[in-house]
Design a protein around this ligand. Structure first.
Ligand code: BJW
Length: 268
């Protein structure tokens, strides 16, 4: 991470009013949650023995589909319930907290930060961010496959997999997340389009930028004239197209960036 790159972005943030960020699993890696596609998240050694076997045997990407749930609702429910408990136990890290501060700084001059998150873990909200658009839903709420009614399961392992629905005699509960081939929530798509349209700066943080429609937002923001920034220790398909690439962990880069923009000492 070069100080020049940080200084360049900090200088723009210092006076910007509308900022949008897209976050992915990488921002939660430093909170101990696994990413989907490699990277530096938790390792298989962190998993309980039976879940290690599950991750070895099955591609997590193949579990995030309606077809996988239909084929084996017990296994997919158990996998999501294990992840749900992990999200409940996780704490936001310095990256989440820096974005919560950025929101407060912008709000203090009638600006706005919009966080478009692909994450289902609610760690941005736990860190204090208020304007959070959940593009892929949340794992903390589950919904009935028959009625669509939502419920927040208690913070213990579910007593059965799949969990019978309390709302419909033939329903079971599924996580209220967006699987491949499913539509994103309409309100989230609308809020994302508005944020992309209005922002002066768009930052892509901790995402491999391969899942659409989220992966398309940075190009759309660039086309509207926004400054584009990527924060990721690894290169992604968008790295060569952004104005500034910060090759670093979110938990290290974001606090420095926000301090550089808003602390009187700035960036050393
Ligand atoms: C760090 C770090 C640190 C590590 N600091 N960084 C256009 C073109 C092609 C295909 C499509 C298209 N439009 C739609 C599609 C189809 C499909 C799609 O995108 N397919 C592609 C894979 C080819 N999209 C959909 O189906 C979407 N629906 C849709 O578009 O509906 C309309 C439609 C329907 C049918 C046909 C066509 C259109 C829905 C997508 C839903 C994605 N769902 C999941 C699961 C959510 C539930 C769950 O949690 O299980 O969402 S999949 C998974 O991927 C999850 C994530 O949100 C998502 C993105 O992953 P993310 O966050 O980027 O994580 P990783 O692991 O990939 O990357 C982590 C990054 O962090 C890495 O780069 C690391 O280097 C970095 N990192 N440590 C900073 N400390």
């Amino acid at each position: 991470m070069t100080p020049e790159a940080l200084k360049r972005v900090a200088a723009v943030l210092r006076t910007a009013h509308r900022v949008a960020v897209l976050t992915g699993a990488g921002i939660s890696a430093e909170s101990g949650l696994r990413t989907f596609r490699g990277g530096t998240g938790a390792t298989a050694a962190d998993l309980p023995a039976d879940m290690q076997a599950l991750w070895k045997e099955f591609d997590p990407m193949r579990l995030a589909t309606p077809e996988a749930f239909d084929a084996d609702p017990a296994m997919v429910s158990r996998w999501y319930d294990w992840r749900r408990l992990g999200c409940l136990a996780a704490e936001p890290n310095a990256g989440h907290r820096a974005l919560a501060r950025l929101e407060r700084e912008l709000a203090s001059r009638s600006g706005q930060l919009t966080i478009l998150t692909q994450n289902v873990d609610r760690l941005h909200q736990k860190a204090g961010s208020r304007v959070v658009v959940e593009l892929h839903g949340t794992i903390l709420e589950w919904r009935c496959t028959m009625s669509g009614r939502r419920t927040t399961p208690s913070p213990e392992p579910m007593p059965a997999y799949p969990m019978p629905s309390p709302f419909h005699p033939r329903g079971v509960l599924r996580p209220d997340v967006v699987w491949f081939g499913e539509m994103l929530p309409e309100a989230a798509l609308k809020a994302a389009a508005e944020a992309v349209e209005a922002c002066e700066v768009f930052m892509s943080i901790g995402t491999s930028a391969v899942v659409y429609p989220a992966a398309g937002y940075i190009a759309a923001a660039a086309a509207r004239g926004a400054m584009t920034v990527e924060v990721n220790p690894e290169a992604t398909p968008i790295s060569s197209a952004v104005d500034v690439s910060i090759r670093a962990k979110a938990g290290e880069a974001l606090p420095r960036l926000v301090a550089g923009a808003f602390d009187s000492s700035g960036l050393a």
